[in-house]
Design a binder for this molecule. Structure first.
Ligand code: TYD
Length: 138
């Protein structure tokens, strides 16, 4: 079967304090890869969606640092929707999984930790090509 079973919600440490809470993430401890890049999506207009691609090699970890949004994952065999709305949870995405992000709340910040530098050659932006690749692998 597909790779969706490898993608999962991970609960992060949370240091609760009346002055405000802290959550932290360490390489290979809380997430299963070394972090080489961090980027974040913000100012997403209501009704917009992002993503719409897969990666050949890239591992990613997605956190709703503020607000909420949905991540829809598709491994070519099944599709699953995850709702992210807490800053101490994140979603781990392994390579070769199609992702779409939508349902952004006002002010949402989508923080992404990635295992590689940005590389356009690592993207698969055509869904039928993605399907061909995952089905052909079996
Ligand atoms: P893309 O990953 O396609 O956005 P999304 O999947 O969120 O809709 O990236 C959009 C543009 O931003 C693309 O032209 C490349 C650029 N970009 C970088 O230069 N570096 C990065 O780390 C990322 C994530 C994107």
């Amino acid at each position: 079967m597909g790779r969706l079973k490898n993608c999962k919600i991970i609960q992060l440490p949370k240091i609760t304090d009346r002055r405000g809470n802290i959550t932290f993430i360490e390489n290979n401890r809380h997430i299963p890869f070394e972090i080489k890049r961090v980027y974040y999506l913000y100012d997403v207009p209501g009704g917009e969606s992002r993503g719409g691609h897969a990666h050949k090699q890239l591992h990613q970890f997605i956190i709703a640092a503020s607000g909420s949004f949905d991540v829809v994952l598709d491994d070519g065999f099944e599709r699953k929707r995850f709702h992210l709305n807490r800053s101490y949870y994140g979603l781990y995405l392994c390579p070769m999984v199609w992702r779409e992000l939508d349902n952004f709340s006002t002010g949402a910040v989508c923080l992404v930790l990635a295992s590689e530098f940005y590389d356009e050659k690592d993207y698969i932006r055509d869904y039928s090509e993605f399907k061909r690749l995952v089905k052909g692998e079996k």
